[in-house]
Design a protein around this ligand. Structure first.
Ligand SMILES: [Zn+2]
Length: 422
């Protein structure tokens, strides 16, 4: 993400400010914070076909998909993004060559890093790094993007940085005009804005993200979405001691990136909102994995990735404990772009860093067959996410937005117990 990181931070070290936050974060996770715990070279990126788009149609209010919707159990869908989190870490765990100071820029000792994240096999390493993703999501749902097993997930925007990625996943198609994170307000409505227009979802579609640029990507001024982004935290009408403490931390913490707050700062209002606001469609964006990579701190990339996994688990557990969400909630997890590979280019992403178009997508919920880690399947594209979000809640996005890519059929095709899709 991060316009700042994208440019100014290249090569620059803002380690001092980040270290303050790192210390803070170590003690601020909600519930029980995770304790912590690569190898082969990156596969080359096969060029994949763009997904087929549905016929053009004027944008209109959401229409229900009659047959499919009736059969689906999902009532709430949550799209969660960890910014710039590579498929390499997701599928192979920590990378051996980067578990040090020299290449990985790590302040933690190599010994400690190995203790936390190094295991003999890729399966053990990734499970140590992402216990919820591999212990629960990949078992009950599906995950795409392991290129070593013939599964490719990729962006189609040709740019592989944040705004184009968030735009692609949330509108359902790339927009060539978006060539900078400072592009300004998104001219095109996202699937979230579109769903919010319907009576069924009005006022119950929310964007919670660490990055203030989401205000433009989701066009806060026009969309009318519920939004909590960046370092702004509005004072609540009836403030609890927890609200007051959080507001104090927002106001007094050093802003290592003025556009992006720590993931832990987002998690608190997010959990509170889910309990009181009862969203039906929710976007959650976590920025740390991208920020620390730009800083060249592989130790903190891993810690951020591990805590991201914990935050997803915490949100899932919170929702499953609520009757309104239990058994009727689908999570879609992904990233906005990949990054380069090797000893240096893991820090950056974009057209110059080969492989930055490669991402990963995981889905878990009552309507997704438990096919686990997908292998030897057709490529899936970031642009397909928008229509997939809508389809889970019974809406046909493609009928309204002709340019949008079709949903990912495999995650919608059959509920557990039914015939498994190809
Ligand atoms: Zn970035």
């Amino acid at each position: 993400m991060k316009s700042i990181s994208e440019m100014a931070a290249r090569g620059a070290t803002r380690a001092a400010a980040w270290a303050v936050i790192a210390g803070l974060m170590a003690g601020t996770a909600v519930g029980s914070p995770p304790s912590v715990a690569a190898p082969p070279a990156v596969a080359s990126l096969p060029a994949a076909e763009a997904p087929t788009a549905a016929p053009a149609a004027a944008q209109s209010a959401p229409a229900t998909i009659p047959a499919a919707a009736a059969a689906r159990k999902t009532r709430t869908v949550v799209l969660i993004v960890s910014d710039g989190l590579r498929w390499q870490e997701v599928f192979k765990g920590a990378e051996a060559d980067l578990l040090n100071d020299k290449e990985g820029g790590s302040w933690l000792s190599s010994e400690e890093l190995h203790k936390r994240y190094w295991r003999q096999s890729a399966a053990e390493r990734r499970a140590a790094l992402f216990p919820f993703l591999w212990g629960t999501v990949a078992k009950r749902g599906q995950i795409f993007g392991n290129q070593a097993l013939g599964s490719v997930a990729h962006v189609t925007n040709g740019k592989a940085f944040s705004y184009p990625g968030y735009n692609e996943m949330s509108t359902g198609y790339p927009n060539d005009a978006i060539d900078s994170n400072e592009f300004g307000p998104n001219p095109n409505p996202t699937v979230f804005e579109w769903l919010n227009k319907s009576e069924e979802f009005s006022g119950r579609v929310a964007i919670y993200g660490t990055w203030s640029v989401y205000d433009n990507i989701f066009n806060k001024a026009r969309s009318g979405l519920v939004m909590q982004t960046g370092w702004s935290l509005p004072r609540k009408e009836h403030e609890t001691p927890r609200d007051a403490l959080l507001r104090e931390l927002f106001a007094t913490s050093t802003q290592f990136d003025e556009e992006d707050c720590p993931n832990s700062f987002l998690q608190v209002p997010l959990i509170d909102y889910v309990k009181s606001g009862r969203p039906r469609v929710l976007f959650v964006g976590y920025g740390e994995t991208d920020n620390w990579a730009h800083q060249g701190r592989y130790d903190l990339v891993l810690d951020s990735a591990h805590r991201f996994d914990f935050f997803v688990k915490q949100l899932w557990d919170t929702m499953q404990a609520m009757p309104a969400y239990r058994g009727s909630t689908t999570f879609i997890l992904t990233t906005d772009h990949g990054r380069g590979s090797g000893l240096t280019e893991w820090k950056e992403h974009g057209v110059e860093e080969k492989g930055s178009e490669n991402i990963w997508i995981a889905v878990m919920g009552p309507d997704t067959a438990p096919l686990g880690e997908r292998m030897r399947v057709a490529p899936v594209a970031q642009a397909q996410i928008a229509a997939t979000v809508a389809a889970f809640v019974g809406k046909d996005y493609n009928a309204a937005v002709g340019k949008a890519a079709l949903p990912i059929g495999a995650v919608l095709a059959a509920a557990p117990g039914q015939h498994a899709p190809k």
